[in-house]
Design a binder for this molecule. Structure first.
Ligand code: C5P
Length: 402
């Protein structure tokens, strides 16, 4: 059990789901964790500190300025003691306050004072959860390195249905256990490309495509969460850099290739997720090209760009090399052909003709092919899909298919 003797500081916020926290303490302790509980004033309206004290086997901290509590284990000591801080339930109010760095009560103060990882498990009315302010807080918390587990979707105590249910105690315990388990890609170096490239025509115009970079960024985040050292070479996209990742920004295919080749020698895995422009303009004009009055057409001469993926797979000591294939027809046929022609270890193919999947969408589905087999990853959000793809990559890499 990965939770044995791990110190978990559980912060309970003031929501109806606070009653589930009693069960959570039991489950965590069953798995061998030491649990100490901090409760907000609101939480005490839903469940008593005495219940949590009996279940955790320790006094419950409720007040930042309690001399008796400070004499036992002060709030700074409590924050230092923790190997992991879990806030469950994390109400909309608590999320906003943790995000703002408030330090006027014990839960938010503990988040500021700890160097342990912090996890929030949101629980609130579905409308409150979907409100832009809550979504912004969740995004900003993640940008600061705080992990979000849940919420679940379903019927709510308020009678509504939707996202905002606290994850069940078993699910949170499982995730806490996974958190302390050795990670699938521990210390593996992964290099990824993501997004489109921009090929200049003149100083103000360029050729590009609709790639949003979401799949590549989801892969980078998932790889980091699985323990990898991640370097992400990104074309121009409108996305925040996930926590813990080294990002190199480029514009053109030539710049992307140069950045990849500079990094490639230290890499164990290379994933080419970028939608690299196949061609660039032969000669980029030094000045803005002027409209002419005498002709209705103009011709641009294009030249093929280097194939970054193929140049990686030709290297003598190539990393485990994975490509993407975005197709609108005969997906598997074309992907298989690309796997062989580009000498890849694996290819992930998606059908970009489906508007709700693939390019620019939040969800995707992939058919993953390697030389000896294939596996379908059905439609889901890009982060979940990224984890599933990385798990396949780790398996194939272990089985020595390079
Ligand atoms: O040949 P096609 O462009 O369909 O191949 C797609 C795969 O090849 C993707 O993994 C993409 O990142 C990679 N690629 C590349 N350099 C190019 C073109 C594609 O790395 N110039």
């Amino acid at each position: 059990m990965s939770l044995t003797n791990k110190n978990i500081l559980l912060g309970i916020g003031g929501g109806i789901a606070a009653y589930k926290s009693a069960e959570l303490v039991r489950r965590l302790k069953d798995c061998g964790a030491n649990v100490r509980v901090v409760m907000s004033q609101g939480a005490q309206a839903f469940i008593t500190p005495l219940t949590l004290q009996a279940l955790s086997g320790h006094p419950v901290a409720t007040d930042l300025l309690d001399p008796a509590a400070e004499a036992a284990m002060g709030h700074i000591e409590l924050a230092r003691w923790a190997d992991l801080v879990i806030i469950a339930p994390a109400t909309a109010n608590l999320l906003a306050r943790v995000n703002a760095g408030m330090a006027d009560e014990l839960i938010t103060t503990s988040c500021l004072a700890t160097d342990a990882p912090v996890v929030v498990c949101p629980a609130m009315n579905q409308q409150m959860y979907q409100n832009q302010a809550t979504q912004d807080n969740l995004q900003q918390l993640q940008d600061k390195g705080i992990t979000v587990w849940g919420p679940g979707i379903g019927s709510q105590a308020c009678g509504e249905t939707g996202p905002g249910r606290l994850l069940e105690a078993d699910e949170i315990t499982q995730r806490a256990n996974d958190f302390f388990s050795p990670k699938l890609l521990e210390k593996i170096n992964i290099l990824l490309t993501a997004g489109p490239t921009r090929e200049a025509i003149d100083p103000v115009r360029y050729i590009s495509n609709h790639s949003s970079g979401k799949m590549g960024f989801a892969l980078a985040k998932a790889a980091y969460d699985l323990g990898a050292n991640v370097t992400l070479v990104s074309g121009p996209v409108n996305l925040n850099t996930p926590q813990g990742i080294t990002r190199i920004d480029v514009d053109s295919a030539a710049q992307m290739q140069a950045a990849v080749m500079e990094q490639i020698n230290e890499q164990d895995i290379f994933i080419g997720c970028a939608a690299v422009a196949d061609y660039r303009v032969t000669e980029v004009a030094d000045n803005k090209i002027k409209k002419t009055t005498d002709a209705d057409t103009m011709t641009l001469k294009l030249i093929k760009n280097p194939d970054i993926l193929a140049s990686v797979s030709q290297l003598k000591n190539k990393p485990f090399t994975v490509g993407f294939a975005a197709e609108t027809q005969d997906v598997i046929h074309y992907a298989k052909e690309k796997l062989i022609r580009k000498n890849l270890d694996m290819i992930a193919a998606n059908d970009v003709s489906q508007a709700e999947l693939g390019f620019n969408a939040d969800n995707n589905a992939l058919c993953v092919l390697w030389h000896e087999g294939q596996h379908m990853l059905p439609a889901t959000d890009k982060y979940t899909l990224a984890k599933q793809l990385l798990s396949l990559i780790a398996q194939r890499r272990r089985n020595g298919s390079t």
